[in-house]
Design a binder for this molecule. Structure first.
Ligand code: HEC
Length: 174
């Protein structure tokens, strides 16, 4: 028994003593960090006709707002939106409800402001306008450098058209 124990200790010691440095991958940490760094905050010009009362655009915006990705979405995406991205992978949606409450939200978070009644409270009152909402979603850092909100257009998470859909949804009467 003692012998076996000593033998196995010797074997494991020799295994650990071997030089594995040649086979261990050593990624360049600073290169990796640089690649993952966010690009500087960017101001965008909202294109003409961006915000619309078109129900299809609003439906796409709502779907992006309330869903996480193409795999997890329970309902099928509305016309003009797919479950997969151009590379054939599950498309990432906005999952905005992780941080924001809004009409019909299920399990909404409270990290960001409640967007319920947004049109009446913020747009009709003149406190906010479509351009503000568009820029907020595109790159919230222009308005608040220390924001905890996700950056969506500078990072190309979404296209300009998709940001127009989400903006149309937020400012629509519900
Ligand atoms: C990680 C949390 C988080 C996520 C995810 C998030 N937001 Fe936000 N959002 C915030 C916070 C925090 C604020 C308030 C601070 C600020 O204005 O930057 C905010 C502010 C906003 C505002 C401005 C409200 C106002 O009038 O002041 C809008 C509009 C908005 N978010 C929309 C969205 C949309 C659309 C999405 C999904 C694409 C989203 N947010 C995802 C955290 C989040």
């Amino acid at each position: 028994m003692k012998k076996t124990l000593i033998m196995s200790l010797l074997v494991s010691a020799s295994v650990f003593a071997a030089d594995y440095s040649g086979v261990i991958e050593k990624p360049n940490a600073s290169k990796l960090i640089e690649k993952d760094l966010l690009a500087p905050a960017k101001a965008f010009i909202m294109p003409a006709g961006c915000v619309t009362s078109n129900p299809e655009s609003i439906a796409r915006g709502a779907f992006i707002f309330h869903n996480l990705n193409g795999k997890k979405a329970k309902k099928n995406p509305p016309k003009g939106l797919s479950r997969k991205n151009a590379k054939g992978k599950n498309k990432q949606y906005g999952n905005c409800i992780a941080c924001h409450n809004i009409e019909g939200a299920r399990g909404a978070g409270n990290i960001g402001p409640d967007l319920t009644g947004y049109k009446g409270m913020f747009v009709d009152s003149g406190v906010r306008d479509n351009k503000f909402v568009f820029q907020k979603i595109a790159d919230p850092r222009i308005d608040n450098m220390d924001t905890h909100m996700t950056v969506n257009l500078t990072t190309k998470l979404f296209t300009t058209k998709e940001i127009c859909d989400i903006t149309s949804y937020i400012v629509s009467p519900k």
